[in-house]
Write a protein that binds this ligand. Sequence first.
Ligand code: GTP
Ligand code: MG
Length: 215
Amino acid sequence: MAEETQPLIAKSLPVKISSVEFVISSPNIDKCPKPIFPEYAFIGRSNVGKSSLINMLMERRHLAKTSSTPGKTQLINHFLVNKATKPWYLVDLPGFGYARVPKKIAENWMGMIKGYLANRDTLMCVLMLIDVRHAPQKNDLEFMEWMGEKGIPFVMVFTKLDKLTPAKAEEAMTTYKTEMLKVWESLPEIFVTSSANNSGREEILNFIDSVNEKY
Ligand code: GTP
Ligand code: MG
């Protein structure tokens, strides 16, 4: 009897995080590590869940400092991933739009963030985080427009999906996309996540992996 051949099914393997370590917190781009590895920066309003998402992706609870009080992350934080194999950086940034920070300090943070994003040669992509519960915010939309003008590649990441029912989340994201399409001809890639239940983890890691391939 002829042996039955099994059809080959291409299945993407889970991306492996062999190691991750905190490298340095920098007050500006000049103090950042040498730009020799591809890197991915996490940006968004204070409390949106940037540090939590980094911890979720890396499966480490306390790698990036999180807090229920906005304004926890105040510097440019570099984390080195897979240093023994194919190294890349994750970058945790301070949030913006935090009302309780004096205006002058908030402006300084924004200057630091924009200086870093616009001038970091190895920055492959920005992950722009948006709390799925919030209606489109002016400063988020303006920030994405600024990245567009500067030609900085970015994707959108909706966070805290566990806080809404699937139907409410779908509705909120549709509203957001409609708002974006008033300004943009097409939408960037969009990821849907919850750091509370790990959703979106494989998708984001696979995305980073595919961009790393091009580096
Ligand atoms: P800043 O550093 O202040 O800009 O904040 P951040 O964007 O780094 O937010 P952080 O990760 O510190 O999270 C803020 C709060 O939201 C914390 O209390 C987190 O536990 C909570 N949080 C973050 N992501 C999620 C999520 O996906 N689901 C739920 N339920 N809570 C989340
Ligand atoms: Mg943070």
